[in-house]
Design a protein around this ligand. Sequence first.
Ligand code: NAI
Length: 349
Amino acid sequence: MRLSKQDLSNLFKTKLMKAGLTEEHAAIVADVLVFADAKGIHSHGAVRVEYYAERIAKNGINRNPDFRLEKTGPCTAIYHGDNGAGHVAAKYAMDEAIKIAKENGIAVVGVREMSHSGAISYFTEEAAKQDLIGISMCQSDPMVVPFGGAEPYYGTNPLAFAAPGTDGRIISFDMATTVQAWGKVLHARSKNTAIPDTWAVDGNGEPTTDPSKVRALLPIAGPKGYGLAMMIDVLSGILLGLPFGNKVSSMYHDLSEGRNLGQLHIVINPSAFTSIELFKENIGQTMDDLNAIKPAKGFDKVYYPGQNYEKIEKDYAENGIEIVDDIYEYLVSDVVHNNAYDHQGTFVE
Ligand code: NAI
């Protein structure tokens, strides 16, 4: 099924409000989800709505959170998320970080006790749209082995960076610190196909090609991805006094409990270091330089980070965003949720 951005957003919003979210919060969550689907990042779009609806309906996402900004210094603050919708807390915290960075050159804002916030480049791109550099990182549920380990400790802990270039272009880098997202293992399971042995390990910490035997994901580039996940956990968890490592709550453990996750936004105002015009010109030059690099065999072009979505974005803008039929059926139905996620193990289908 193909749907326009507006239609998709309306469906998300309606479902989230039916689950109990306020209109204001539902609109923001819908916007973050559509942002992902419109780029073809389907692991963080429509596929998540039923899970969020179940968690909202069961009060594991606070419908009326007491969001609060606690300024801790001229450039630092803690945004208390009160286990409200993570997308909303992260957006409001980024709005505050943008204000602080515009005034003071830099902002470091930690979001405390929040729920899952989706594709985190949504927030860094908000900063870049206002001529600022946005950096964001967050915790996620423990499903990744530390290098050399046979059991999970860290989450897929994503890291995002966005900076403004010329002609309204933005360089936007956003990645999980694992080789592959868990959603891709699930996809292989549903299709009964093997996965590459570089993605994940079984219960003994041995690489596996059987998606049903997966008991942990592998970090990108061995000890380097593991180190990045550690750094992200320190900055978005330990720094904010939150549960860390394998104490971070699991996505499906108990949907009536808040997740108490953390996220850290860092916003840098280029004007505090150089002229903004020169900065944007040089980012634009970087983009052009990268596009002009001779492509290797099998590649049509070198894309700058974020630009790789342009073909799919164009197709979706012209022909509608592709949504899996089952998900569409759920979205247009009267069902709030099917009680499918509560108390599931991380690796259970
Ligand atoms: P990915 O592997 O698809 O892309 C990673 C980065 O590489 C992106 O910036 C992309 O623009 C860039 N890229 C990909 N192909 C490229 C190409 N051909 N040329 C140039 N650049 C290219 O992303 P991944 O790791 O699967 O993450 C997907 C999403 O999942 C992200 O938005 C992330 O924030 C989100 N996520 C959220 C979590 C949460 O707890 N909130 C946890 C984990 C991931």
